[in-house]
Design a protein around this ligand. Sequence first.
Ligand SMILES: *Cc1c(COP(=O)(O)O)cnc(C)c1O
Length: 215
Amino acid sequence: MSSSPLEDIRARIAGAAEAAGREPGDVTLVAVSKQQPWDKIAPVLDAGQRVFGENRVQEAMARWAETRDRIELRLIGPLQSNKAKDAVTFFDVIETLDREKLARALAEEMARQGRTPRLYVQVNTGEEPQKAGVIPPDADAFIALVRATYGFEIEGLMCIPPEAEPPGPHFALLAKIAARNGIAKLSMGMSADFETAIRFGATSVRVGSALFGQR
Ligand SMILES: *Cc1c(COP(=O)(O)O)cnc(C)c1O
């Protein structure tokens, strides 16, 4: 009997959760549809997947214009302040808050539009210069700042570990930063390492190529 990639990923999520003594339902699959043709996405949507991740605002708006109200959409790529308006309009969740200028732009747009997308702070756990995210030594202060200055409720933390390193220590570090800041949700783990991320407490995993094929 053949199973679809979606069924296979769901089963692996459930298996990893159970192995970690967690409820499979506590881990959300975010299907990363960036750069994928619609004929790859449609079957996954039809099979009942409802949470999707995109890394570019304009690309997401084009792809999801007609089906937007059927899904929860998460922004998982770096966000420029001048795109804050469209991001607040179009996304349910913004996972890449990482600097005060962006926080200010989002706060202004949220007030103007009367919309409150759920927010995650991205942490650059590997302190890689080319990568977005607040570095770990600055994370507590940044979270405190956006809570106090903009009244943001930070739903979770997000990270993308360095490609050349074992991801476990990065996932553990993100979980530790979340715990000491009273943050419950952890967006971590991609196609290559989502089972490891679940073992370290991921509450959502962002899976693209393992679900849709290579981009
Ligand atoms: C592209 C992307 C993913 C998905 O990566 P895969 O390896 O294809 O699963 C996850 N998270 C972020 C932030 C991405 O940009």
